[in-house]
Design a protein around this ligand. Structure first.
Ligand code: IMP
Length: 190
């Protein structure tokens, strides 16, 4: 059988990212998270009632890899949120821009986020979803920047703790760009 085609390499000279978390490290951590999530939800007998909710748009790449590492009969849904502020600083005012397509009452909800930064978005979102009477609600975040925390947020499943850098790649953007980088990095200062 022919070898799979190699994806095109990024031109790191033209787009000088400093790699913070490699694609291989992400793959390994996502597999670990998936195994833990599978075991935990089996242990509580969640059965057919697990709903994984991706927070648009940053979580979509992480979520698509994660759910393929979770051996449970789950369903997926998405929610869109906007946090007002400038490009890189959250104001703390959060709004739902696109709601779930189905009720979550009685379901075991796992919210999947790209990053917990100040914590405002997740704080608002978890409180909002909790009012809809799910059987349980947990948070899985790929990244956490503890230096920036303004709200206390409990992260049930965490990929990586990172320093206070504005990161891009693997779903995360700056001005909607670079979500398709296969690794997580930050833009090097000239
Ligand atoms: P928070 O409300 O400050 O926790 O920020 C939540 C949202 O801001 C995340 O879901 C991201 O969309 C965005 N964000 C925060 N930090 C970064 C970053 O370093 N890179 C890209 N997006 C970020």
């Amino acid at each position: 059988m022919a070898a799979p085609p190699t994806p095109p390499a990024w031109n790191r000279a033209a787009d000088p990212f400093v790699e913070l978390v490699s694609a291989d490290a992400i793959t390994r951590r996502v597999a670990e998270l998936g195994a833990t999530i599978t075991a935990d939800y089996r242990a509580i007998g969640a059965g057919e009632d697990v709903v994984v909710i991706g927070v648009l748009k940053g979580s979509v790449i992480f979520m698509s890899d994660l759910i393929r590492q979770v051996a449970l009969p789950l369903t997926v849904d998405f929610i869109g949120v906007a946090s007002y502020g400038d490009a890189t600083v959250s104001s703390g005012v959060v709004q739902i821009t696109q709601d779930l397509t189905r009720p979550i009452e009685g379901k075991h909800v796992l919210v999947v986020e790209d990053i917990v930064d100040t914590g405002h978005t997740v704080h608002y979102l978890m409180a909002n979803l909790a009012t809809r009477n799910p059987a349980s609600i947990k948070l899985c975040s790929l990244l956490h920047k503890p230096d920036r925390a303004e709200r206390e947020v409990h992260i049930d499943y965490l990929g990586f703790t990172i320093p206070n850098k504005f990161v891009v790649g693997y779903g995360l953007d700056v001005a909607q760009r670079y979500r398709n980088l296969p690794f997580i990095g930050y833009v090097a200062q000239p």
